[in-house]
Design a protein around this ligand. Structure first.
Ligand code: FPP
Length: 263
């Protein structure tokens, strides 16, 4: 019995060559997890922090180079005041507690989103987390906070215009908030809904999408491995044909305009 389980786990693990470089996650379902247990919604978010810690470690162990997570959207400010303040308290506490562990695990933390208007304690927590992990190299963790995909495109366009540059794909791409990492190979959404909800709209153009019915607090290593295994089975064509992709002489992975190396 235990042998059988071990074997299944081994065959589910995707080969290293097809481990996505960049995984992005919409961590949905915290509220429902709590409500089903007659707990306040914030209890679900607290459990969500534990799930995120587990997921970061699992990504480090599996060789994922970048993980981007949707922690708080530009629209989440419209939630009930007690849930918003609970989430802010949770963030400040989690940063104080988790940053030393993240630093020890080689994780480089970035906050992605609109920073103006954040309270001083949040801004300080963010700045400290980024400074304390700046030189780490094993995994880039992008925490999308006060973030929206449309906000990102608008701020990138404003930046390009302010620089006096033409609004080309390449200039916009370089001005996006996630310009320090390649586009996500795999976007996972937990919680059963099948939509992007304003997450990484620009960057997910060619991402593989994986939807899990598990609520975020229940998304464990096995669930991550299921998503990675599904990714490993996908054929990514980037606008080419299957035959072209099978041909090793057709290496085009992204438009030449966005890939200076091939220009
Ligand atoms: C969506 O679930 C989740 C969020 C809006 C917050 C995600 C936050 C964490 C995982 C914790 C780490 C982040 C911070 C800011 C401390 P939902 O509440 O929409 O769930 P529901 O769809 O079941 O209502």
């Amino acid at each position: 019995m235990s042998l059988g389980l071990k074997k299944r786990a081994q065959t589910q693990a995707p080969p290293a060559a097809v481990v996505p470089q960049h995984v992005a996650i919409v961590m949905d379902g915290n509220g429902r997890w709590a409500t089903r247990r007659l707990l306040p919604r914030v209890a679900g978010h607290k459990q969500g922090v534990d799930s995120l810690r587990r997921c970061v470690k699992a990504c480090v162990d599996r060789g994922v180079a970048a993980l981007s997570v949707f922690a708080f959207s530009s629209e989440n400010w419209n939630r009930p005041a007690d849930e918003v303040s609970g989430l802010m308290d949770l963030l400040v506490g989690a940063l104080a507690r988790e940053v030393p562990r993240l630093a020890a695990d080689g994780v480089q933390v970035h906050f992605i989103g609109e920073r103006s208007g954040l309270s001083a304690r949040i801004a300080e927590g963010i700045a400290q987390a980024e400074a304390a992990t700046r030189s780490n190299q094993r995994l880039v963790l992008n925490i999308c906070f006060n973030y929206g995909g449309r906000w990102d495109m608008a701020q990138a366009a404003a930046k390009v215009v302010a620089q006096g540059l033409p609004l080309t794909e390449l200039n916009l791409d370089r001005a996006m908030a996630l310009a320090h990492v390649p586009d996500p190979d795999l976007v996972i959404r937990t919680g059963g809904e099948q939509r992007l909800s304003n997450f990484l709209l620009w960057q997910s153009a060619y991402s593989e999408l994986f939807f899990s019915d598990k609520l975020w607090p229940e998304f464990d290593e096995a669930a991550l491995d299921e998503a990675l295994a599904a990714f490993a089975r996908r054929e990514r064509r980037f606008g080419q044909t299957s035959a072209q992709r099978a041909d090793a002489a057709a290496p085009l992975a992204e438009p030449a305009a966005l890939n200076p190396a091939s220009a």
